[in-house]
Design a protein around this ligand. Structure first.
Ligand SMILES: Cc1ncc(C[n+]2csc(CCOP(=O)(O)OP(=O)(O)O)c2C)c(N)n1
Length: 374
């Protein structure tokens, strides 16, 4: 279904969400229609954040907001859906548009399989009626469902459209860019060269795919790396958990800016615990590059200042291979919790592959590697 027709049916004028590759048509349409005009469109830090923003919009206007998300983000909305929006609490209407990764019967990556299975049951549990939109859904069906949904909204309830792969389309594909010269993969290559045999925890999306491929190309095996293929925003906490138990190992976290923002509280915990053996790298391309390149707010932030304010004793920002090399040498020479922001360009190789080992194999190899080295 064409996204402009779909959006016209919704008659909404406020959208908040976290980008999803399966909702690219909607995300691109919103960027072209509203850009980042916060009165109409906010790319939120996480999906729960989007639901709460939507609640604020409703409180201020009495109108029905739209929250868009990949089904991976349903977990992040459970709390505001159950204890803020639900009609046994405040009864705040909201339309969710959910990209359905891992739909049963449709091949997808391991991190999407269980989440795909529980997507509709989770909406049932949250008392959010839904309608699944597929490639064969007619405009009339959406119109009819919306009429039903509006009756629910009038009672302070929520509803969802669950969007199958390829169901929404949009004619245009905006391109996103920033002025930084260094690519993410190039930066990761340098960091892996510097980290040697140290354990590495990498973030959700293409960064972990690049780590995997760089190790493959260098014939290094995959035992040093924990690829956080799902659970976006939690790789730095996983790294903290390891660093605290393995004080004699230097642990590297390769985080994304969207992921770091998604659960920014993790930085406060890291700074407060201050493990001297943790290096927290944020690959800041100022975007959710892995799912289409929509911007994050990280281009507006002073991340090293934020890290210092959280208690990281060392924090630097680099934007070139030479400065990254210097920062890595300085980090290896020191024994202090370190934060490195690496400003990166958008984009990735067209032929970037995906891990061919399973998450269970990754976990076993990683744990064995940690064990061997004490
Ligand atoms: C909770 C949750 N919401 C959304 C997604 C979909 N998703 C996968 S990667 C990604 C973008 C990550 O952005 P960033 O951390 O900046 O890394 P980049 O892709 O730019 O390298 C998103 C939104 C997800 N996996 N999990």
């Amino acid at each position: 279904m064409n996204i402009e027709r779909f959006a016209a049916l919704l008659e909404a004028d406020f959208y908040a969400g976290v980008p999803d590759s399966q909702l690219k048509a909607l995300c691109n349409y919103l960027m072209e229609r509203y850009g980042l005009d916060p009165a109409h469109h906010i790319i939120a830090a996480n999906e729960g954040n989007a639901a709460a923003l939507a609640a604020g919009y409703h409180l201020a206007t009495g109108k029905v907001p739209v929250v868009y998300l990949q089904n991976s983000g349903l977990g992040n909305i459970v709390n505001p859906a159950a204890s803020l929006l639900n009609d046994k609490v405040y009864g705040i209407p909201c339309l969710f548009i959910v990209g359905w990764r891992g739909e049963p019967g449709v091949h997808d990556e391991p991190q999407h399989i269980f989440q795909g299975e529980i997507t509709l049951p989770l909406l049932d549990t949250l008392d959010i009626p839904y309608f699944v939109i597929g490639t064969d859904t007619a405009e009339e069906q959406v119109r009819e469902k919306l009429a039903e949904f509006h009756a629910l909204f009038a009672q302070g309830r929520q509803a969802a459209f669950v969007v199958r792969k390829g169901a929404l389309d949009y004619k245009s594909k905006p391109s996103f860019a920033n002025g930084h010269p260094m690519g993410r993969e190039e930066a990761i290559g340098q960091i892996l060269a510097a980290s040697g045999d140290d354990p590495v925890v990498s973030t959700t999306g293409k960064a972990s795919r690049e780590v995997y491929e760089l190790r493959e190309a260098a014939n290094q095996g995959h035992g040093r790396d924990f690829l956080t293929v799902g659970s976006m925003g939690h790789s730095s906490s996983i790294a903290l958990g390891i660093a605290l138990q393995k004080p004699n190992r230097r642990v590297w976290c390769l985080d994304g800016d969207g992921a770091a923002l998604m659960h920014l509280g993790a930085m406060a915990l890291i700074g407060a615990n201050r493990p001297a053996n943790l290096v927290h790298v944020v690959l800041n391309n100022e975007a959710h590059e892995s799912v289409g390149g929509l911007p994050t707010v990280a281009g507006l932030l002073d991340l090293p200042a934020l890290a210092r304010a959280c208690g990281y004793p060392r924090a630097v920002s680099v934007d070139s291979p030479t400065r990254l090399k210097e920062a890595l040498e300085g980090t290896k020479a020191s024994h202090e919790l370190t934060f490195i922001e690496v400003k990166c360009a958008l984009g990735a190789r067209d032929n970037l592959g995906r891990p061919t080992t399973t998450p269970a194999e990754n976990k076993a190899a990683f744990m064995a590697g940690l064990e061997d080295n004490g």
